[in-house]
Design a protein around this ligand. Structure first.
Ligand SMILES: Nc1nc2c(c(=O)[nH]1)N[C@H]1C(S)=C(S)[C@@H](COP(=O)(O)O)O[C@H]1N2
Ligand SMILES: [Mo]
Length: 555
């Protein structure tokens, strides 16, 4: 008889020799488990942390950690294929480690799991020590580890656990012709039963292992396909050169930036700019496919491409953007130099119909904002479709390729990022994203101010202390800022020149501080005479009010 050797354990008890006979399938089990783990992590990375694919993260770590000579050698040997060589090498090392983990786990559990766990910790470590890593970045490597551990367990168990094949009824044996089988015949039946058992167990193991590999390959491909969009969008953004503005922003007046440390920069850099949105995954829009449609109650619906938008005479200006969720004294506010095209010109082309009173802007990810139509049509309101931020194309997280910026309205009713549609309609017909969640349909910004220096709870030296901060009422402007110490009378602060009425401004006050515990308070007055209210209200439904206060110890 030429029965194939049965490499799988078929009984519950087994000698060491028999156990080691399964080393090759165990190695495959280890490799399959790691492939599935990495595949799942690739998919997760694509969804929540595109920069944290474990393979790329570990690869980058190796690039950064490699000594100079190793890099030189790699480049000399592989030329521009050095990265492909690195990844291939990494793949081989991973396969060896994964195979070894499978064999070790079968030989002496949990040795193999310890190896996979250690590799996982290394991957997570590589993700968090990487430059500019975010909290989400540990997820892919952690998921890879968990999936690999579970898969290895399942596969090895499938290798060991005998399947009980249908019991063979000796009476049904043809050879016996109905009589009781003798012991030789019974032994043969038992032999056949064992072989059948081994065959089924092997088939199950091969099925599960190849299933894991196939699923792993599928998730890797899926993850890469998803990330391809992101990579293309990044490449397109990097290649984009913004046209020079037809209208330049007015120069920043001398002295607008007081240069006091502890203050936010007068113009906030793109990396420091606050970010608020509902996007778990930043939309990756292809600028060549992007279109803005002006729809709804218009005589002349419009569809404009990104290239057409860039070809229009773009204007540059400073506008301070802020979030309705900014608490009194909060930091969800920032000022940038925007490059864009006035929305009023496009609306003029579209010709809104009588009765329309709102523009319902839509983002590619479904976010919506309700902006009063009149506001967007005002000649003296610099409401724009922005394509540039501080001299760069919009960063992806700030709305690339196009967003709205409207001075004087909170972001949630005006600053739609990744904007793709402006639907001219009415407030009674549509309710925007945050309005449906309890916020006001309209959100004009309020006159406000805050103290940045000295900070709450700090100790300062008696004598002249510089108190400084910011004040804003976009589209209106600030004419006065006053500071109150404890319950003394309000004293006028010195105002730095504002860039424009659409931006915040800095102020300072020289305080003759005497020893003790003191409370400092600030209030601003708009150009139109409106004094900031002392009434304390919550951020819901249309912006917090009240005076910002800081307690300081003078010693
Ligand atoms: N597509 C989209 N646009 C959006 C939001 C959003 O969640 N999705 N949030 C808005 C809110 S609430 C604010 S305060 C501003 C913030 O813009 P920033 O992240 O560029 O600072 O964007 C607005 N535009
Ligand atoms: Mo916001």
């Amino acid at each position: 008889m030429s029965e194939p050797d049965v490499p799988l354990r078929t009984t519950v008890r087994h000698p060491v020799r028999q156990r080691l006979r399964g080393w090759l399938p165990s190695a495959f089990a280890g490799i399959a488990a790691v492939i599935l783990g990495l595949g799942v992590s690739e998919l997760i990375a694509a969804l929540v942390a595109p920069a944290a694919s474990p393979v790329l993260v570990v690869g980058s770590l190796m690039i950064d950690a490699a000594p100079g000579w190793a890099k030189e050698t790699a480049i000399a040997l592989f030329g521009t294929g050095d990265k492909a060589a690195l990844l291939t090498g990494l793949g081989i090392v991973l396969a060896v480690v994964a195979g070894a983990a499978g064999v070790l786990e079968r030989w002496k559990s949990p040795l193999g799991r310890v190896v996979i766990g250690a590799a996982g910790v290394f991957g997570v470590g590589a993700a968090i020590t990487r430059n500019g890593s975010a909290a989400f970045d540990i997820v892919p490597a952690a998921a890879a580890t968990v999936v690999a551990l579970i898969t290895l367990g399942v596969l090895l168990r499938a290798m060991d656990e005998p399947i009980r094949p249908r019991p063979i009824n000796p009476a049904s044996l043809r050879a016996t012709g109905g009589r009781q089988p003798n012991s030789l015949e019974l032994a043969r039946v038992e032999e056949a039963r064992k072989r059948e058992n081994a065959r089924l167990t092997r088939r199950r193991f091969v099925g599960l292992t190849s299933g894991a590999v196939a699923l792993g390959a599928l998730t890797v491909v899926g993850g890469y396909a998803l990330q391809a969009g992101a990579r293309a969008a990044t490449a397109a953004r990097n290649a984009l050169k913004l046209p020079a503005p037809a209208v330049k922003a007015a120069a920043i007046p001398a002295g607008a930036e007081l240069g006091i440390s502890g203050m936010p920069a007068l113009v906030v850099s793109n990396t420091d700019f606050y970010r608020i949105d509902t996007a778990l995954q930043i939309p990756q829009l292809d600028p060549t496919q992007w279109r803005l449609k002006i729809t709804g109650m218009v005589a002349n619906p419009i569809s404009i491409t990104f290239a057409e938008l860039l070809a229009l005479p773009l204007e540059e200006s400073y506008t301070t953007l802020m979030c309705v969720s900014n608490e009194v004294g909060g930091n969800l506010i920032g000022n940038a130099r925007w490059l864009g095209y006035p929305i009023r010109h496009l609306l003029e082309r579209a010709q809104p119909k009588a009765g329309a009173d709102m523009v319902f802007s839509r983002s590619s990810d479904g976010f919506t904002a309700s902006t009063p139509l009149r506001v967007l049509q005002e000649d003296d309101r610099n409401a724009i479709l922005a394509v540039g931020m501080n001299g760069e194309p919009l960063p992806p997280e700030h709305g690339y390729p196009v967003r709205m910026v409207v001075p004087g309205l909170y972001g949630y009713v005006s600053a739609t990022k990744w904007v793709v549609e402006l639907q001219v309609t009415t407030f009674s017909a549509h309710s925007a994203y945050w309005t449906q969640r309890g916020w006001s349909a309209r959100g004009p910004v309020k006159v406000e101010s805050e103290i940045n220096v000295p900070q709450q709870g700090t100790t300062v030296k008696a004598g002249t202390v510089v108190v400084a901060g910011i004040a804003w009422h976009q589209h209106t402007g600030i004419q006065k800022v006053e500071v109150q110490v404890d319950d003394q009378s309000w004293m006028e602060a010195e105002l730095a020149p504002a860039i424009s009425v659409d931006t915040w401004m800095q102020w300072k006050y020289a305080w003759s501080a005497r020893a003790g515990q003191h409370t400092l308070r600030v209030r601003a007055t708009s150009v139109d005479g409106e004094v900031q209210t002392s009434a304390v209200t919550d951020t819901v439904p249309n912006g917090a009010t009240g005076y910002h206060e800081v307690q300081v110890q003078v010693g």
